[in-house]
Design a protein around this ligand. Structure first.
Ligand SMILES: *Cc1c(COP(=O)(O)O)cnc(C)c1O
Length: 371
């Protein structure tokens, strides 16, 4: 049986170091806002090539609090419009609506599953203030075009890097490709904690400062509250575990790339559409393969066929945001590309828990599939 994801196997690869990190935190007697967090914020900022990383409780908060901070700083106000892909994970959208901002759903490019710059420009008007660029499945959005549009129309760029830790464009990593970036360290992400965690990266000192207050009840100084903040902190235990796992991120990304290369070279079945890597420069460096997402008109049949052979697959995601009950006002809208994607996609096992031998079996099984 090849499970889609196996966190136990993934974390056992670093078991001794993870246990040592836990022991260090337990014995320190200091569990919130200490040395481990400070160290992780420094390490992660350095990894992304930015001045500041601010640890928060999860990826949703990273995005939500960044938009909140821009409101506090005076860069955004209620009702401003945020351009966001119509096929993203719901958290990208929630971060916008939780701030009384208006999501403008824009269709992705069918080949890359990421925002289509041409369609972004069609949706820009005087109320547009932010482009929320999601690097879906680990592939960078078209950041050269997006930053150019942002410059032309004076917009902020927020990256949703929850699936793309380490992805880079011409030597610049995500987290450093916009005005700010939200990361998730949910256990199943490319850089995963052993619980919930997240971070914002930015080069903007005022934003960093505001975020540090917002995550801590709106306070820089104990019992003095500047903002109506929240409690969204990255605790010492998770920070210590992340300090261990960050060291192995590049190595693990390399392994993901090797799997992707094998899938791309090996799967050859006219019923299966393979993911496309964007044709921009330094192509092989861009994609960190959080997910390997294929497309087929016979999704249910293929998923069933693979399961019978012991290969577990998942769908990311089965229902597009505009069809969710949470956003009833959008249920009648049409986003044909997103809907097609949601109907046809299937994610194959990907990560350090999958052996090359299993990859070969998955390739062989995909090639045997017929209807
Ligand atoms: C996982 C994810 C998030 C949210 O992260 P959490 O840590 O689960 O809150 C946001 N955006 C995208 C694209 C994600 O995949």
């Amino acid at each position: 049986m090849t499970p889609f994801l196996d966190l136990k196997t993934i974390n056992q690869q670093h078991r001794d170091e993870l246990i040592a990190a836990c022991t260090r935190v337990i014995d320190s007697g200091w569990y919130i806002g200490g040395k481990e967090l400070e160290q992780f914020e420094q390490n992660f900022a350095k990894y992304c090539g930015v001045k500041f990383a601010i640890g928060v409780a999860n990826g949703l908060d990273a995005l939500t609090l960044t938009l909140r901070a821009w409101k506090e700083i005076g860069k955004l106000k209620d009702g401003d419009e945020v351009i966001v892909p119509s096929n993203t994970y719901i958290a990208s959208i929630l971060a916008i609506t939780l701030n009384n901002l208006k999501p403008i759903l824009v269709e992705p490019n069918i080949d890359t599953y990421n925002l289509d710059p041409k369609l972004i420009e069609d949706n820009i008007n005087s109320k547009t203030k932010v482009i929320l660029a999601v690097h879906l499945y680990g592939q960078l959005a078209d950041m050269p075009s997006i930053t150019q549009l942002a410059k032309k129309h004076n917009l902020l760029v927020l990256e949703d890097s929850a699936q793309s830790h380490g992805a880079e464009y011409q030597g610049v990593k995500c987290g450093n490709l916009g005005d700010a970036s939200g990361f998730s360290f949910y256990p199943g992400k490319n850089l995963g904690a052993l619980g919930d965690a997240g971070a914002v990266t930015t080069n903007d000192e005022e934003l960093a400062r505001t975020l540090k207050a917002l995550r801590n009840y709106g306070s820089h100084e104990k019992y003095k509250n500047l903002f109506i903040g929240v409690n969204s902190r990255l605790d010492e235990m998770q920070a210590a575990l992340l300090n261990v796992k960050l060291k192995y991120l590049d190595e693990e990304t390399e392994y993901r790339r090797n799997i992707a290369e094998r899938y791309l070279g090996g799967i050859n079945n006219s019923l299966i559409e393979l993911p496309k890597v964007d044709s921009c420069a330094s192509r092989e460096k861009k994609h960190v393969w959080h997910l390997f997402v294929i497309r087929t008109k016979f999704r249910n049949e293929l998923q069933h066929f693979l399961m019978e052979k012991g290969i577990q697959t998942l769908i990311h995601y089965p229902i597009p945001p505009h069809k969710q009950s949470a956003y009833k006002e959008w249920n009648e809208l049409n986003f044909p590309i997103s809907e097609l994607i949601h109907d046809e996609i299937l994610s194959l096992p990907m990560g350090t828990h999958v052996s090359y031998e299993e990859v070969n079996t998955i390739i062989k099984t995909c090639n045997e599939f017929k209807i």
